[in-house]
Design a protein. Structure first.
Length: 180
């Protein structure tokens, strides 16, 4: 696993942080089909979504529903980018910002991310990658037989949490996967 740590100023638009934007662009360069269910105003991926209708995203749906829609349509992606709100407070701020009442289950981030993992598993090509951004390295994990390929820790100094950027791929491509 490749690992690096750098310092850069924080920004609520994660991919506007230069080193993180470069990290994403490097993986996008190798992907023919990419999906970003939390794209905000970055239209870098082939299929973009953001719950906020005031963003430049192609779709404005719940992230889980968006991923399910693509999977049901038979989309197969080389890259899925997951950059959700990192905390219940951030989820609430996103919902409040567009006039949606946050439900109790929306704050259960582990359950929400678990549902995303199920849909990602359906969408990802056998050699595909998932990029995760947040405050932990849970990612797809062992349950789905993924291995961390690269981790980038971006320190923002002071009392800011680091942003953890992680690239994962399947351990055994073609061996016991959904696509073998």
């Amino acid at each position: 696993m490749k690992m690096n740590r750098v310092w850069q100023m924080p920004n609520s638009e994660t991919f506007s942080i230069p080193v993180i934007g470069d990290f994403v662009q490097r993986y996008l360069a190798d992907a023919l089909v990419s999906i970003d269910p939390f794209s905000r105003n970055k239209r870098w991926a082939t299929h973009t979504n953001d719950l906020n209708p005031n963003t430049a995203a192609e779709h404005h749906m719940d992230a889980g529903e968006f991923l399910k829609k693509l999977a049901d349509e038979g989309v197969v992606a080389d890259l899925v980018i997951i950059d959700p709100p990192y905390s219940p407070r951030q989820v609430k701020e996103c919902y409040d910002g567009i006039g949606i009442a946050m439900k109790k289950e929306d704050a259960l981030l582990g359950a929400v991310r678990g549902a995303l993992r199920e849909q990602i598993q359906r969408l990802l090509s056998p050699s595909g990658r998932v990029l995760w951004f947040g405050w932990n390295t849970n990612g797809m994990g062992e349950k789905f037989d993924f291995v961390i390929e690269e981790a980038l820790l971006v320190s923002h100094g002071s009392d800011h949490n680091d942003t953890i950027c992680m690239a994962e791929r399947r351990k055994n491509i073609g061996q016991g996967s959904l696509f073998s």
